[in-house]
Design a protein around this ligand. Sequence first.
Ligand code: UD1
Length: 363
Amino acid sequence: MKLVDIIAGARPNFIKVSPIIRSLKEKQKLGNSNLRFRLIHTGQHYDKKMSNDFFKQLGIPNPNINFNVGSGSQADQTSAIMIAYEKLLLKKPSDLCLVVGDVNSTLACSISAKKLSIPVAHVEAGLRSGDLTMPEEINRILTDAITDFFFTTSSYANENLIRSGVPSKNIFFVGNTMIDTLKENLDKLIEPKIFKTLNKKKYLVLTLHRPSNVDNSANLKNILKELSQAAEGLEILFPVHPRTAKILNKINFHPKNVKFLDPLSYLEFIFIVKNSSAVITDSGGITEETTYLKIPCLTLRDSTERPETIVVGTNKLLGRNPNKLKFYLKKIIEGKWKKGKIPQKWDGKTSKRIVDIIEKKLQ
Ligand code: UD1
């Protein structure tokens, strides 16, 4: 038997590991699997609403180990996770470290594993925004520099990896595990309480958590001001990330048509996205979910590591200046938005492909 460590630290990780764990368990049930797994929660996200609720709703088993590292500076958080994981591996080594996405936990665990000669599998490898001011871009590049098995979501990611010298035999274009989770849960969505209090059936969803948008209070206030004016009379549902909440508390700015909410659970969040007129966001994962759901999406960033959401999907990159919102929201509300298609292999079967490949590679 081979032991696979599955690393999860932050909210988007939980969504990505859930179907991989399910696929592993299904194989084990059939009795023909050589894989065991150990689920490791780094504790990067720790609030009930950012962590436990996701485990419950997505049927993720309790972690075997929780490092409980909590918040800190980039270096504090990354090093605390590296140290905790190295200690664990020295006591109880594994045969593979599987990391997902681009958060600090992803990079930290990859480094600790690789330095102990434990191979690394990276799910969502090869994404590149080209923007080195984002901690995630640094995490992506460094993780991929020491990855052994690259699982990709798009042909763009494959090309990025090939360009950086990764041999094509190590790249596996498998699709998107976030979409596995989305497909699996579409008939289980939950209407949040706030929904009953909306004046109209049409509304917008807003999410913001990138340091470049929220850490500077003037920027954040400007986005809210521009959006509330550009919303064409629609209400805006805004589930607020803890990082953003800290700044909002300081600026105390509450436009009438913005409903500030605590972070929503997965099933509630997808419910409001699926029924919305459009989503305004600075998240990467949400641009994939809106593409799959064919909901118009406006991204308040200068770059994206997920070009397929623009070329194939419903996403449009607006840059960080929110003054373009009015023009594009008008188009959306007038029904003049591109319909979008679902990218190749975003078919709900990605996790099964990943597990099959890992099984072969670890034989
Ligand atoms: C992290 C990821 C980002 C991902 C996002 C999803 C990195 C570099 N960033 O950003 O890629 O899109 O998660 O949410 O890994 N906090 C709480 N409770 C929590 C978690 C965080 O209050 O459960 C607060 C902390 O005070 C912390 C701040 O939110 O300082 C930011 O958390 P952190 O994990 O550092 O980064 P995120 O902005 O969440």
